[in-house]
Ligand binder design. Structure first.
Ligand code: DGL
Length: 285
């Protein structure tokens, strides 16, 4: 259960931001694109940095942590929460949607990042041989091959887990030589499975933060699909179809940040990636 953090009640009663959640910094790559396309709303981002990474954790643990974070965002006024995390989308989303939401509040919604990506990816690939790079949890869940098969029957999906990539980002090592070593190694392992892969999904929202190195080690001619723009566009479509939800959001153009770890590091790092000054609040879960 969420330990309720002290807050100014009246303010949160008036505020209904869109909630964006990730285990750490990765969801910022999605938030940035959402805010670019839909600047009119209020946003509340929560990074569970104290417990990141989620990638190697069990289904039960990822579900428990994700649900706690979703409940906290609901408590803070969010009517809709985007799980801007593939691991949480793969391992917790369905249970939250089908089992937890009906008992917590059936009028609220939680959406993930896998479905919007798999609906689109086949349109980018000519060979229909698609590579997926993700955390151990996302790859082991088989969510991408299963979902891609539904939308693009016959497409071949090749997967590679990259267990070191999220820790490189979370520990501010995204620019060093160690990052080059692991990124090259995992890309080579993926491409050795099939030599006509023409499209690669970065199936972890942290990975765009490693984009310079990924591009450096990827042969020319292979397209990279990162999720920020796709998820943002899919949210635009969702809100056009769900005016009832859209009308519940407050429209104050604010972006606020919560983290379960130290705010000092979070603010410095987030500012670097998000491109604006950040003053986060630490929350206890
Ligand atoms: N950004 C998360 C994802 O998209 C990272 C998961 C982790 O914490 O390992 O999968």
């Amino acid at each position: 259960m969420v330990e309720k953090v002290p807050m100014e009640e009246p303010r949160y009663k008036l505020n209904a931001p869109i909630g964006v959640f990730d285990s750490g910094f990765g969801g910022l790559t999605v938030l940035k694109e959402i805010v670019r396309l839909l600047p009119q709303y209020d946003y509340l981002y929560l990074g569970d940095n104290a417990r990141a990474p989620y990638g190697n954790r069990s289904f039960d643990t990822v579900h428990e942590y994700t649900l706690q974070c979703v409940e906290l965002l609901f408590y803070r006024g969010c009517q809709l929460v985007i799980l801007a995390c593939n691991t949480a989308s793969a391992k917790a989303l369905r249970t939250i949607q089908q089992k937890d939401l009906p008992t917590i509040d059936s009028t609220k919604r939680v959406l993930g990042v896998i479905r919007p990506t798999t609906e689109m990816v086949g349109n980018y690939s000519k060979t229909k041989n698609i590579g997926v790079l993700g955390t151990m949890g996302t790859i082991a869940s088989m969510s991408y091959p299963i979902e891609i098969e539904k939308f693009f029957p016959g497409a071949q999906v090749f997967q590679q887990a990259c267990p070191m990539w999220v820790p490189l980002v979370e520990n501010n090592e995204f620019d060093g030589d160690g990052a080059d070593y692991f990124i090259k190694q995992d890309i080579d392992k993926l491409l050795s499975q099939n030599n006509t892969i023409d499209t690669i999904i970065l199936a972890c929202t942290h990975y765009p933060l490693l984009m310079n190195k990924i591009k450096k080690h990827l042969p020319a001619g292979i397209q990279i699909v990162s999720q920020g723009e796709i998820v943002a566009q899919s949210l635009v479509d969702y809100l056009n179809r769900h005016q009832d939800m859209e009308s519940r959001f407050t429209k104050g153009k604010t972006v606020e940040f919560l983290t379960t770890d130290s705010t000092e590091f979070f603010d410095r790092y987030t500012q670097l990636f998000f491109g604006q000054e950040v003053k986060s609040q630490q929350v206890v879960i």
